[in-house]
Write a new protein. Structure first.
Length: 76
């Protein structure tokens, strides 16, 4: 049973994750370092960023396995 998930070279405790973005980040800022990355929000207001859909999906799978649930209407 995994308790940590590797996101952007950081081992993140799954119990600290609040939500995972379904869409790649876009804010239009020329200084933005996270354009096209998938935000993973942590409970203290921090975010980490998955750099690909595959990395984001791996986070979701780890969360599902950790919580012992799979969504009944998600067949992916
Ligand atoms: Zn941005």
């Amino acid at each position: 049973m995994p308790t940590f998930c590797l996101i952007d070279d950081k081992y993140v405790p799954l119990y600290r994750i609040l939500w995972v973005s379904a869409l790649p980040h876009f804010c239009g800022s020329p200084d933005c370092q996270q354009e096209g990355n998938y935000e993973v929000r942590l409970e203290d207001g921090e975010s980490v960023w998955a750099s690909s859909p595959e990395e984001r999906d791996a986070v979701l799978r780890a969360l599902e396995a950790w919580s012992g649930e799979t969504s009944p209407d998600d067949d992916q």
